[in-house]
Design a protein. Structure first.
Length: 279
Protein backbone atom coordinates (compact mmCIF):
# COMPACT_ATOMS: atom_id res chain seq x y z
CA UNK A 1 0.00 0.00 0.00
CA UNK A 2 1.26 3.47 -0.86
CA UNK A 3 0.40 6.78 0.81
CA UNK A 4 1.47 9.67 -1.43
CA UNK A 5 1.17 13.30 -0.33
CA UNK A 6 1.20 15.93 -3.06
CA UNK A 7 0.99 19.71 -3.40
CA UNK A 8 2.61 22.54 -1.42
CA UNK A 9 5.84 21.52 0.37
CA UNK A 10 5.20 17.82 -0.32
CA UNK A 11 6.09 18.39 -3.98
CA UNK A 12 9.64 19.12 -2.78
CA UNK A 13 9.72 15.96 -0.67
CA UNK A 14 9.12 17.94 2.54
CA UNK A 15 6.28 17.77 5.05
CA UNK A 16 5.51 18.81 8.62
CA UNK A 17 7.17 16.25 10.93
CA UNK A 18 4.45 16.07 13.61
CA UNK A 19 1.60 15.89 11.11
CA UNK A 20 3.43 13.18 9.16
CA UNK A 21 3.93 11.17 12.36
CA UNK A 22 0.21 11.37 13.12
CA UNK A 23 -0.69 10.52 9.53
CA UNK A 24 1.54 7.45 9.49
CA UNK A 25 0.14 6.34 12.84
CA UNK A 26 -3.36 6.62 11.40
CA UNK A 27 -2.32 4.78 8.22
CA UNK A 28 -0.81 1.91 10.21
CA UNK A 29 -3.75 1.71 12.61
CA UNK A 30 -6.41 1.65 9.89
CA UNK A 31 -4.49 -1.03 7.97
CA UNK A 32 -3.87 -3.10 11.10
CA UNK A 33 -7.51 -3.08 12.22
CA UNK A 34 -8.69 -4.02 8.72
CA UNK A 35 -6.11 -6.79 8.33
CA UNK A 36 -6.95 -8.24 11.75
CA UNK A 37 -10.67 -8.41 10.94
CA UNK A 38 -10.08 -10.28 7.68
CA UNK A 39 -7.49 -12.68 9.13
CA UNK A 40 -9.05 -13.32 12.53
CA UNK A 41 -12.73 -12.39 12.24
CA UNK A 42 -12.85 -9.82 15.03
CA UNK A 43 -12.77 -6.05 15.35
CA UNK A 44 -10.02 -4.80 17.67
CA UNK A 45 -9.40 -1.30 18.97
CA UNK A 46 -5.60 -1.28 19.38
CA UNK A 47 -3.29 -1.87 16.41
CA UNK A 48 -0.63 -3.64 18.57
CA UNK A 49 -3.23 -6.41 18.98
CA UNK A 50 -2.81 -7.37 15.31
CA UNK A 51 -2.27 -11.14 15.09
CA UNK A 52 -0.87 -13.37 12.32
CA UNK A 53 0.47 -10.43 10.30
CA UNK A 54 3.08 -7.69 10.23
CA UNK A 55 3.03 -4.29 8.57
CA UNK A 56 6.47 -3.07 7.54
CA UNK A 57 7.48 0.29 6.07
CA UNK A 58 10.08 1.26 3.46
CA UNK A 59 12.08 4.52 3.56
CA UNK A 60 10.11 7.56 2.34
CA UNK A 61 10.56 8.51 -1.32
CA UNK A 62 10.89 11.98 -2.84
CA UNK A 63 9.10 13.36 -5.87
CA UNK A 64 6.16 14.45 -3.69
CA UNK A 65 6.23 12.61 -0.33
CA UNK A 66 5.66 8.88 -0.65
CA UNK A 67 5.45 6.16 2.02
CA UNK A 68 5.25 2.49 0.99
CA UNK A 69 4.12 -0.23 3.42
CA UNK A 70 3.85 -3.98 2.96
CA UNK A 71 1.33 -6.20 4.75
CA UNK A 72 2.72 -9.66 5.50
CA UNK A 73 0.09 -12.20 6.49
CA UNK A 74 -0.32 -15.98 6.34
CA UNK A 75 2.57 -17.35 4.23
CA UNK A 76 4.07 -13.87 3.98
CA UNK A 77 4.14 -13.63 7.76
CA UNK A 78 6.50 -16.60 7.80
CA UNK A 79 9.04 -14.88 5.57
CA UNK A 80 8.02 -15.02 1.90
CA UNK A 81 6.31 -12.27 -0.04
CA UNK A 82 3.81 -13.41 -2.68
CA UNK A 83 2.98 -10.53 -5.03
CA UNK A 84 -0.75 -11.06 -4.62
CA UNK A 85 -3.13 -13.57 -3.05
CA UNK A 86 -6.93 -13.92 -2.72
CA UNK A 87 -6.56 -13.04 0.96
CA UNK A 88 -4.48 -9.98 0.10
CA UNK A 89 -7.14 -8.94 -2.42
CA UNK A 90 -9.80 -9.25 0.29
CA UNK A 91 -7.80 -7.10 2.73
CA UNK A 92 -7.39 -4.40 0.09
CA UNK A 93 -11.07 -4.61 -0.88
CA UNK A 94 -12.13 -4.30 2.75
CA UNK A 95 -9.81 -1.31 3.25
CA UNK A 96 -11.26 0.34 0.15
CA UNK A 97 -14.79 -0.27 1.52
CA UNK A 98 -13.93 1.15 4.95
CA UNK A 99 -12.38 4.31 3.47
CA UNK A 100 -15.31 5.05 1.19
CA UNK A 101 -17.78 4.15 3.95
CA UNK A 102 -16.09 6.63 6.30
CA UNK A 103 -16.30 9.38 3.67
CA UNK A 104 -20.04 8.88 3.23
CA UNK A 105 -19.89 7.28 -0.22
CA UNK A 106 -22.96 5.12 -0.88
CA UNK A 107 -21.82 1.55 -1.48
CA UNK A 108 -23.46 -1.60 -2.79
CA UNK A 109 -22.23 -4.11 -0.23
CA UNK A 110 -23.42 -7.20 -2.11
CA UNK A 111 -21.74 -6.19 -5.38
CA UNK A 112 -18.53 -4.87 -3.86
CA UNK A 113 -17.46 -7.32 -1.16
CA UNK A 114 -20.40 -9.40 0.10
CA UNK A 115 -19.49 -12.68 -1.64
CA UNK A 116 -15.83 -12.41 -0.64
CA UNK A 117 -16.69 -11.92 3.04
CA UNK A 118 -19.18 -14.78 3.00
CA UNK A 119 -16.50 -17.15 1.69
CA UNK A 120 -13.97 -15.89 4.24
CA UNK A 121 -16.54 -16.39 7.03
CA UNK A 122 -16.77 -20.07 6.11
CA UNK A 123 -12.97 -20.40 6.13
CA UNK A 124 -12.46 -18.96 9.61
CA UNK A 125 -15.76 -19.98 11.21
CA UNK A 126 -16.64 -16.41 12.22
CA UNK A 127 -19.20 -13.99 10.88
CA UNK A 128 -17.91 -11.29 8.53
CA UNK A 129 -20.72 -9.10 7.24
CA UNK A 130 -21.72 -5.50 6.57
CA UNK A 131 -22.35 -4.91 10.27
CA UNK A 132 -18.76 -5.89 11.06
CA UNK A 133 -17.47 -3.53 8.35
CA UNK A 134 -19.58 -0.69 9.76
CA UNK A 135 -18.15 -1.44 13.20
CA UNK A 136 -14.64 -1.44 11.72
CA UNK A 137 -15.31 1.85 9.94
CA UNK A 138 -16.31 3.49 13.21
CA UNK A 139 -13.12 2.20 14.87
CA UNK A 140 -10.99 3.57 12.00
CA UNK A 141 -12.52 7.04 11.72
CA UNK A 142 -10.07 8.78 14.09
CA UNK A 143 -7.15 7.09 12.33
CA UNK A 144 -8.41 8.22 8.93
CA UNK A 145 -8.82 11.77 10.25
CA UNK A 146 -5.19 11.68 11.39
CA UNK A 147 -4.12 10.70 7.88
CA UNK A 148 -5.43 14.12 6.77
CA UNK A 149 -3.29 16.16 9.19
CA UNK A 150 -0.63 17.33 6.68
CA UNK A 151 -3.52 18.55 4.50
CA UNK A 152 -5.80 20.25 7.04
CA UNK A 153 -3.45 21.26 9.87
CA UNK A 154 0.01 22.37 8.71
CA UNK A 155 -1.13 22.43 5.05
CA UNK A 156 2.30 21.20 3.99
CA UNK A 157 0.43 18.96 1.55
CA UNK A 158 -2.66 19.68 -0.51
CA UNK A 159 -3.93 16.16 -1.17
CA UNK A 160 -2.95 12.50 -0.89
CA UNK A 161 -3.56 9.24 -2.72
CA UNK A 162 -3.82 5.83 -1.08
CA UNK A 163 -2.96 3.16 -3.64
CA UNK A 164 -2.49 -0.58 -3.86
CA UNK A 165 0.74 -1.89 -5.37
CA UNK A 166 0.71 -5.38 -6.94
CA UNK A 167 3.96 -6.70 -8.43
CA UNK A 168 5.20 -4.41 -11.23
CA UNK A 169 1.72 -3.27 -12.27
CA UNK A 170 0.68 0.41 -12.12
CA UNK A 171 -0.60 1.53 -8.74
CA UNK A 172 -4.35 1.00 -8.23
CA UNK A 173 -6.00 3.97 -6.53
CA UNK A 174 -7.91 3.04 -3.37
CA UNK A 175 -8.98 6.52 -2.31
CA UNK A 176 -8.03 10.19 -2.37
CA UNK A 177 -7.61 12.33 0.72
CA UNK A 178 -8.42 16.03 0.62
CA UNK A 179 -9.99 18.82 2.64
CA UNK A 180 -13.34 17.68 1.23
CA UNK A 181 -12.96 14.08 2.44
CA UNK A 182 -11.95 15.44 5.86
CA UNK A 183 -15.17 17.49 5.98
CA UNK A 184 -17.13 14.37 5.04
CA UNK A 185 -15.59 12.53 8.00
CA UNK A 186 -16.72 15.27 10.37
CA UNK A 187 -20.23 15.52 8.94
CA UNK A 188 -23.03 14.18 11.15
CA UNK A 189 -26.78 14.63 11.22
CA UNK A 190 -29.35 13.59 13.83
CA UNK A 191 -32.65 12.07 12.77
CA UNK A 192 -35.93 13.59 13.95
CA UNK A 193 -37.75 10.31 14.63
CA UNK A 194 -37.12 8.06 17.62
CA UNK A 195 -36.49 4.44 16.61
CA UNK A 196 -36.51 1.33 18.77
CA UNK A 197 -33.37 -0.80 19.03
CA UNK A 198 -33.00 -4.17 20.73
CA UNK A 199 -29.65 -5.34 22.03
CA UNK A 200 -27.36 -5.49 25.04
CA UNK A 201 -25.05 -2.95 26.64
CA UNK A 202 -21.39 -3.91 26.22
CA UNK A 203 -19.93 -0.93 28.12
CA UNK A 204 -21.08 2.15 30.01
CA UNK A 205 -19.28 5.01 31.79
CA UNK A 206 -21.31 6.38 34.69
CA UNK A 207 -19.40 9.68 34.63
CA UNK A 208 -19.70 10.55 30.95
CA UNK A 209 -23.03 8.75 30.42
CA UNK A 210 -21.74 7.17 27.21
CA UNK A 211 -21.22 3.54 26.28
CA UNK A 212 -21.62 0.95 23.55
CA UNK A 213 -24.73 -1.01 22.58
CA UNK A 214 -24.46 -4.46 20.98
CA UNK A 215 -27.08 -4.86 18.26
CA UNK A 216 -27.87 -8.57 18.27
CA UNK A 217 -29.47 -8.56 14.80
CA UNK A 218 -26.39 -6.93 13.21
CA UNK A 219 -23.69 -8.60 15.36
CA UNK A 220 -21.97 -5.27 16.03
CA UNK A 221 -21.76 -2.51 18.60
CA UNK A 222 -22.58 1.18 18.24
CA UNK A 223 -21.72 4.05 20.60
CA UNK A 224 -24.55 5.63 22.57
CA UNK A 225 -25.10 8.62 24.84
CA UNK A 226 -27.96 9.08 27.29
CA UNK A 227 -30.08 12.23 27.03
CA UNK A 228 -29.82 14.54 30.06
CA UNK A 229 -33.17 13.55 31.68
CA UNK A 230 -32.42 9.86 31.22
CA UNK A 231 -28.88 10.24 32.56
CA UNK A 232 -30.30 11.72 35.77
CA UNK A 233 -32.76 8.86 36.21
CA UNK A 234 -32.17 5.52 37.92
CA UNK A 235 -31.33 3.70 34.71
CA UNK A 236 -27.86 2.51 35.73
CA UNK A 237 -29.18 -0.76 37.19
CA UNK A 238 -30.81 -1.69 33.86
CA UNK A 239 -27.59 -1.00 31.97
CA UNK A 240 -25.51 -2.98 34.45
CA UNK A 241 -27.88 -5.95 34.23
CA UNK A 242 -27.69 -5.81 30.44
CA UNK A 243 -23.87 -5.90 30.54
CA UNK A 244 -24.05 -9.00 32.76
CA UNK A 245 -26.36 -10.72 30.26
CA UNK A 246 -24.00 -9.97 27.38
CA UNK A 247 -21.04 -11.32 29.38
CA UNK A 248 -23.05 -14.51 29.94
CA UNK A 249 -24.06 -14.57 26.23
CA UNK A 250 -27.76 -14.38 27.13
CA UNK A 251 -28.55 -12.70 23.81
CA UNK A 252 -32.19 -13.79 23.93
CA UNK A 253 -32.92 -11.36 26.81
CA UNK A 254 -32.16 -7.94 25.28
CA UNK A 255 -33.19 -4.48 26.40
CA UNK A 256 -34.74 -1.84 24.17
CA UNK A 257 -33.42 1.65 23.45
CA UNK A 258 -35.65 4.40 22.11
CA UNK A 259 -33.14 6.67 20.38
CA UNK A 260 -32.40 9.22 17.71
CA UNK A 261 -29.75 8.18 15.19
CA UNK A 262 -26.59 10.15 14.50
CA UNK A 263 -25.79 9.37 10.86
CA UNK A 264 -22.92 9.88 8.44
CA UNK A 265 -23.46 11.64 5.12
CA UNK A 266 -24.36 8.31 3.48
CA UNK A 267 -26.88 7.47 6.21
CA UNK A 268 -24.63 5.00 8.07
CA UNK A 269 -25.51 4.74 11.76
CA UNK A 270 -22.69 6.31 13.77
CA UNK A 271 -24.21 6.48 17.26
CA UNK A 272 -27.43 6.58 19.24
CA UNK A 273 -28.79 9.45 21.35
CA UNK A 274 -30.92 7.52 23.82
CA UNK A 275 -34.23 8.87 25.10
CA UNK A 276 -35.62 5.75 26.81
CA UNK A 277 -34.47 2.37 28.11
CA UNK A 278 -36.85 -0.57 28.60
CA UNK A 279 -35.92 -3.90 30.15
Amino acid sequence: MRLKFQGNLADNGEIDFYDLAKALDGFQRSLALTTHLILNGEVITQSPSLKNAKIIVSPPQKGSFVVLVTILGGIGYLGTRPTDTPLGHLVHSAYDYVMKNAFGVKLDYEKSIGDLLEQRSKEIGRTLNQGRLDDLTEKCEIAIKDMHRPIVQSETAERANVSRIVSDQPARLVTRLSAQTYDSLRFERRTTIIKQYEGLVSSYNVNTKVGRFYLVAESRTVPFKLSAPLAESDVGALLARSMERLAQRKLEVPIKFGAFENQSRSGRLRSLFVMSVTD
